[in-house]
Design a binder for this molecule. Sequence first.
Ligand code: HEC
Length: 223
Amino acid sequence: MRTSNLRSTLAIAAFGAGLGACRGMPSEKPPVHLQQNMDFQQRFDPQEENPMFEDGRAMRLPPEGTVPVGWLQEDDHLYRGRGIDGRLADALPPGMKLTRELLDRGQERYGIYCAPCHDHLGTGRGIATRRGGGFAVQPKNLHEPRLAAMPLGYFFKVITDGQGTMLSYAAQIPVEDRWAIAAWVRTLQASQLARASDVPEEARNRPVPKALAATRAAQGGAP
Ligand code: HEC
């Protein structure tokens, strides 16, 4: 190798080593921020101090006598599933009626938001539980006696707040739809825990719908 070649190779190696040495070196200076966008603004964040006010709070209380429009959510039954006694209610909120449309809506929404884990019958063996490693905590079988005995408001509450490892679906499912789903869960429970005598005489010998028969067969149950 010629001397000049050797020199330039050494120079490049030294430059590289120099660059490498900068990694992990702490600096007191803020990082270079070429594109500022709106990252730096004169504004107060929540809970921040503002010396302009006597109480030092940047977040101001609404003036006395303010009338909330829209977001008050003071109806405990509708928004929290609780009656006036503070206990979980076992009925739809007074403003909602148990109709065919409500149940259809509940069935549809249940199919979208719950069936992937709890399956279409509510047994807790939805398609998501059969993928990959499955779930560390199985989705609950909605027909187990403890859950079958729960008031309607309990299912609204579980959807709203989540329960154990199950997350809240409050952000995805509007309040009325949560009640519709709760009503559908109750319908599923009634269907699975029903006795032959609950079925009207003329309907007893109707064939099992194909989709239902297929689901039961996949779960190794009776057709
Ligand atoms: C991503 C999967 C998943 C989805 C989607 C899901 N759940 Fe669950 N659910 C679970 C799991 C897991 C548990 C058990 C949680 C635990 O015990 O820690 C559970 C538990 C429950 C329970 C029992 C609570 C108790 O007291 O033990 C109810 C009721 C329930 N889910 C209803 C629903 C309804 C209604 C929906 C649809 C809005 C839904 N779940 C959507 C996974 C899911």
